[in-house]
Ligand binder design. Structure first.
Ligand code: GLU
Length: 441
């Protein structure tokens, strides 16, 4: 006999106790253990691999715990009214004259997710209206419009999704909105922000990526504060940059606004995971105000806008590691990739033994660019003989460009031209703030 979806995954004695209490996955329950211990939460489904002797409960703080079955355990269903927090879409707000028009484009990730109380999974199913219902104050900041482009985790993005995002944003620019916010998973948000920086150069309005490290059902969620800052920047910032709005530190007060080509996720879970690398954030948001932090910004209303949403899937980002064999490089070459960004060691090196293979690949007209796997600083391939030899065979040093940004840029450049000299030239020309001013040595 197979399981019905009721009490999914529960078997044996645990299932009997739950069944006789008349509870189901998604119900708010109270577990009493012995005389005194009580645990309240939402009953979650139990995955096949988990220990069958445990009841899985989501606590009000958002964490799941396993309650081990004991003979003295009692389960009771709590009142209907308190179960399954409902997300009620608000009525469509009437536009408030004088407020800027901001569009939120949902693409997935935690910020555009909600907990599925039936299965316990965090699912990318949040509709745009849900975003508004969770954070009603957004309605007093801007006249909002929202749409879902797709609902995927950001690790599933490809250059094709970058292209789709850029095309959607361009449509909104043409419709005359004052700013666009893109709700995005945080894992690859830096890549997408870089991609849109190249696809939508010198745009007339701000394009603000926003994500959340903690889902909105958790008290420590950063969804609301990040989203409020993103909408504010999209609607009011004097600059029109592709940027990322995320917590600057552990408090809820300051949100940093990073340039799309210079930002990296540096922590798996902390709310202040995003940092500008080799540069300062372009602005900060605090207590409802935007504090601009740089002068070299593209102004709102720019008439130099260039839209080019094509990306090639023939670019590779490759991290050098000790012991790396030349076969990896040859495989990439044989598969027809037209450009490789190497994340080299230190100032921009790879093992000497790889140089003959790299030379062969370069002679075939494949672009090879060098970045550093160091977190900070710029490549300098003139210091050591390995670097000088790499330069001699035609490897292009990419200054202080982030490896991820260099890869995204190469993917964009390869879709513009097949001429190797032009590829090199474009890679070295700053197009969207991706290369920093050379610091005084
Ligand atoms: N890994 C998923 C993503 O990047 C979810 C995590 C998040 O949104 O931060 O889309």
């Amino acid at each position: 006999m197979g399981f019905s979806s009721r009490l999914e995954g529960y078997t044996g004695r645990v299932r009997e106790v739950l069944e006789s209490a008349g509870v189901d996955v998604g119900d708010e329950i109270e577990i009493t253990i012995g005389e005194h211990e009580k645990i309240k939460g939402v009953l979650m489904s139990r995955y096949e691999l988990a220990d069958p002797e445990y009841i899985v409960v989501k606590l009000p703080n958002g964490y799941n715990i396993g309650v081990r079955f004991r003979e003295n355990i009692q389960v009771r269903k709590l009142l209907e009214e308190v179960k399954k927090p409902a997300f009620r879409p608000p009525e469509k707000a009437r536009p408030i004259p004088g407020l800027p028009r901001v569009t939120i484009v949902g693409t997935g990730g935690t910020i555009a997710s909600r907990i599925d109380y039936r299965t316990g999974a965090v699912r990318p199913v949040l509709t745009a209206e849900d975003l508004l219902s969770i954070i009603p104050e957004l309605a007093s900041i801007a006249n909002l419009d929202a749409s879902i482009l797709f609902s995927i985790f950001s690790e599933d993005m490809t250059p094709n999704e970058w292209s789709m995002m850029a095309t959607r944003v361009d449509e909104y620019i043409r419709r005359g909105v004052d700013g666009v916010v893109i709700a995005h998973g945080t894992d690859t948000m830096g890549y997408s922000a870089a991609a849109l920086s190249f696809a939508l150069q010198k745009p007339p309005i701000p394009i603000v990526f926003v994500g959340a490290q903690r889902s909105s059902d958790r008290p420590s969620s950063d969804s609301a504060t990040n989203l409020i800052a993103a909408v504010k920047v999209a609607g009011y910032a004097p600059f029109a940059e592709v940027c990322v709005a995320m917590h600057d530190n552990h408090s809820d007060e300051v949100i940093a606004i990073h340039r799309g080509t210079r930002v990296r996720k540096n922590h798996t879970s902390s709310r202040d995971a995003f940092k500008s690398i080799n540069t300062e954030p372009i602005a900060f948001y605090k207590n409802g105000e935007i504090y601009v932090n740089r002068k070299d910004l593209n102004n709102r209303g720019s008439n130099q806008y260039i839209f080019n949403p094509k990306f090639s899937d023939k670019a590779v980002l490759l991290k050098f590691f000790p012991g790396m064999s030349h076969e990896i490089l040859e495989d990439i070459w044989m598969k027809g990739y037209r450009g490789i960004i190497i994340e080299g060691s230190g100032l921009g090196h790879v093992a000497r033994r790889l140089i003959p293979t790299l030379e062969k690949i370069l002679k075939d007209g494949v672009f090879i660019g060098m970045t550093s796997q160091c977190m900070y600083g710029r490549v300098n391939m003139r210091v050591y003989s390995t670097g000088r030899d790499l330069l001699k065979i035609g490897v292009t040093p990419l200054d202080d460009m982030l490896p991820e940004t260099a890869y995204v840029k190469l993917s964009w450049v390869l879709a513009q031209t097949t001429e190797i000299e032009e590829i090199k030239n474009l890679m070295l020309t700053p197009l969207a703030g991706e290369i920093g001013e050379r610091s005084i040595p």
